[in-house]
Every structure is written in structure tokens, then in C-alpha cells.
Design a protein around this ligand. Structure first.
Ligand SMILES: NC(=O)c1ccc[n+]([C@@H]2O[C@H](COP(=O)([O-])OP(=O)(O)OC[C@H]3O[C@@H](n4cnc5c(N)ncnc54)[C@H](OP(=O)(O)O)[C@@H]3O)[C@@H](O)[C@H]2O)c1
Length: 348
């Protein structure tokens, strides 16, 4: 049983880190440099990066995440493992009342997502926050404000083409370890879910040239997902990865009743019936980092926003998982009733 998440004014918040890869190092370093925090435990399995990070933090390495979650001297943990371990770790955190900040997606299994959604909905559930920026994210707020004047939404289309295969392609381009591309690209689903809410159903198609059916690793992919928001507009996300291009390309189109927006990489255009003009999205203010949102949750559980921020994270993870089911032969997959109601209203 962990310590009470409510921190006294004098005591430091004690954090445990799980994983020692790129994000493990990043989160541990970020947290360790904050004055009110002490990173007090680390568990990792990697024989090189694990001991090295533990040494830098001045800690003894805990061999397994299960052992770390048996400790009772931590106020919260940060889960930075690969995708296939998120679900088991989060379920254990929920069972043991451990506040957790986790890398996304929440899990690679729909059954596990339903269990996580149910456990997190309990009145006394421990804090469960993902590293999505949360609804306080300034760029989301700016977009919501901008689009509200032209709404409602009629159509949304996103395209991302990536020549690269990630820092560890053996993990990323592997269906069993990372899930299908719409799931590991959940951070492309998240902003529109946060802006426009839950969806009615998901239908997807994918191709994996070079797929090894034994190891589930593949060389390159293309994937497309269609889903209508409950608010009434159709969204489509398309990705291709490991493909011949000198660098990544990304674009999105959002068609509203009064205007159409087009973003190519960082450049926006806004068109209406009269003109098509280059447009500057109002600059976003500095938003809190996920580490700071989690520390605020721990310091002031009563005013924490983790529940509001979890709703779009659950929906975005479900869309990624449903895309895998749809591609696997289930066709159009209706959204389940266990997902929280999430239908954000435009600002007035
Ligand atoms: N929020 C963001 O901006 C962001 C950015 C990139 C990635 N991510 C997400 O963050 C997660 C980690 O990504 P990454 O790039 O840091 O990957 P990574 O470099 O592969 O690190 C994952 C770490 O977890 C370790 N691990 C695996 N099984 C473990 C276990 N049983 N117990 C403890 N540690 C274990 C791995 O060990 P081995 O080295 O032995 O495999 C590795 O050190 C992924 O879910 C990824 O999608 C988030």
C-alpha cells in the first residue's frame, strides 16, 4: 500500500520510475530537478540502461516492476515501459491504490481497457494520468476558441507520412509489442477526441508489407481509420511509415460550416466562400508539463483534473484498439457503453 498521496508542506513528493529507456531517463531527470520531488526508486530490466540510470539517481535498482509496486514509501509512480506493459502495470496500480503517471496508450488490450475504465471510475480510485497534455493544454484551447466561431465540424482529415521506423523499430514496428499503428499513434487521435469528443464507431484498413507472422514484426505499413464523432462529423486519420521520403510530412483538413482549415506541417490556411488565406493560429501559451500536472494531482487531490483528462485518453486508446479489431475482420466496431461520456462543448 503506497503512502497517502496528500503531501505535507515540508515533505518531498517521493516518486518511483518504471523503465530506463528514452522516456524513463527523461521523466526521471525532469522530476529529479524539481525542488519538491525526490525520485526514490527505479525498476528496470535492461542490463545496461537500468543500472546506469539507477547509479545516476543514486538508487539501488529494483529488478521488477512488481517489486517496486510492493513498496509503501512512494507517493506515486511513473510508468515508461513499452506499450504492451502499460495495461498490466496500470491494473496493478489501480488494485494497489498507487497514483500513476503513464506513457500512452493506456493498454494494448480492449479487455484491459474496460477493466481500467471501470476501476478508474470508482469514487476512491487512485490518480491515473497519461502523458497526453490534458485539457489545460493551451494549443487545444486556442484551437477550440478559433474553431468555435466557424463550427460545427462537418469533416476532419489527417495524414502523416513517416520515412523513419522509430528509435527501436523492433519494438515499434511489432504488432504484439506496440499494437497497430493507430494505437501507437494515439497522440494523433487524442487532440481531435479532446476537441470533438467520443465517436459512434470505428472502421479501419491496414497493410503491413514484410510482416513476419511468427514474431509479428513488419517492415512498413499503411493504415486508415474512419470514425464519426457523436457530435456528427466524420473523422479520418491516415498514416504510412517506413516509406521513401526525405522527411516526415503531416497535414490536416477541418471542414466547418463557415470555414475550412488546412494545416501542412506547421502552416495553416483558412478558407471561406470568398478567399483562401494563410492564417496564423493564435500562439499557444506555455502549458504545464505532464510531470507538473501529476505533481499538482498529488499535492492537491481534491482539485485534481485527472478524471477529466482521462476521458479523452480512454477514448483515444479505444479508437486505436478498435482499429485493430476492425482490420482483424470485425468491420465496423461500435463504441462500447463502458467508455465515459465525453462530449466537450465549444467555448462561448
Ligand atoms: N510522451 C511522449 O512524448 C513519448 C515519446 C516517446 C515515447 N513514448 C512512449 O513511452 C513509452 C516508452 O518509450 P521509450 O521511447 O522510452 O522506449 P524505450 O527506450 O524502449 O524504453 C522502454 C523501457 O522500458 C523497459 N522495460 C521493458 N520491460 C520492462 C519491465 N518488465 N520492467 C521494467 N522496465 C521494462 C525497457 O527495457 P529494455 O531496454 O530491456 O527493453 C526500456 O528500458 C512507450 O509507450 C512510448 O510509446 C512517449
Amino acid at each position: 500500500m503506497p503512502a497517502s498521496p496528500k503531501k505535507s508542506a515540508t515533505k518531498k513528493i517521493r516518486i518511483g520510475i518504471i523503465g530506463s529507456g528514452a522516456m524513463g531517463r527523461h521523466r526521471a531527470t525532469e522530476l529529479a530537478r524539481r525542488p519538491g520531488v525526490k525520485v526514490t526508486a527505479i525498476s528496470a530490466r535492461n542490463p545496461e540502461t537500468g543500472p546506469a540510470l539507477a547509479r545516476e539517481l543514486g538508487l539501488k535498482l529494483i529488478p521488477t516492476w512488481e517489486k517496486l509496486l510492493e513498496r509503501d514509501d512512494l507517493d506515486g509512480v511513473v510508468n515508461t515501459t513499452p506499450n504492451h506493459l502499460h495495461g498490466p502495470i496500470l491494473r496493478r496500480c489501480l488494485e494497489r491504490d498507487f497514483p500513476v503517471l503513464t506513457e500512452y496508450p493506456l493498454t494494448t488490450s480492449e479487455k484491459e481497457l474496460a477493466a481500467i475504465a471501470k476501476a478508474a471510475a470508482r469514487r476512491k480510485a487512485p490518480i491515473l494520468r497519461t502523458t497526453h497534455p490534458g485539457l489545460a493544454d493551451s494549443s487545444l484551447r486556442q484551437r477550440r476558441k478559433q474553431f468555435a466561431a466557424d463550427g460545427p465540424l462537418l469533416l476532419a482529415h489527417f495524414l502523416r507520412l513517416t520515412p523513419g521506423r522509430g528509435a527501436r523499430p523492433d519494438v515499434l514496428f511489432n504488432l504484439r509489442l506496440s499494437g497497430p499503428p493507430p494505437l501507437f499513434f494515439v497522440y494523433h487521435l487524442y487532440p481531435w477526441v479532446a476537441l470533438f469528443g467520443g465517436v459512434e464507431w470505428v472502421q479501419a484498413g491496414m497493410a503491413f508489407p514484410g510482416l513476419n507472422t511468427g514474431t509479428t514484426a513488419y517492415e512498413r505499413f499503411s493504415a486508415s481509420v474512419a470514425a464519426p464523432f457523436k457530435q456528427g462529423a466524420l473523422a479520418q486519420w491516415t498514416w504510412a511509415g517506413g516509406i521513401p521520403l526525405p522527411g516526415p510530412e503531416e497535414s490536416e483538413r477541418l471542414v466547418f460550416e463557415k470555414a475550412t482549415y488546412h494545416r501542412h506541417n506547421g502552416d495553416w490556411k483558412r478558407a471561406d466562400r470568398k478567399a483562401n488565406q494563410t492564417f496564423r493560429m493564435p500562439p499557444a501559451k506555455r502549458s504545464p508539463a505532464p510531470e507538473d500536472l501529476f505533481l499538482a494531482d498529488l499535492a492537491e487531490p481534491a482539485s485534481s483534473t485527472w478524471r477529466e483528462d482521462l476521458a479523452p485518453a480512454l477514448w483515444a486508446t479505444w479508437i486505436g484498439l478498435a482499429a485493430g479489431k476492425s482490420h482483424g475482420g470485425e468491420g465496423r466496431v461500435p463504441s462500447p457503453s463502458w467508455l465515459p461520456d465525453f462530449n466537450p462543448a465549444p467555448p462561448v
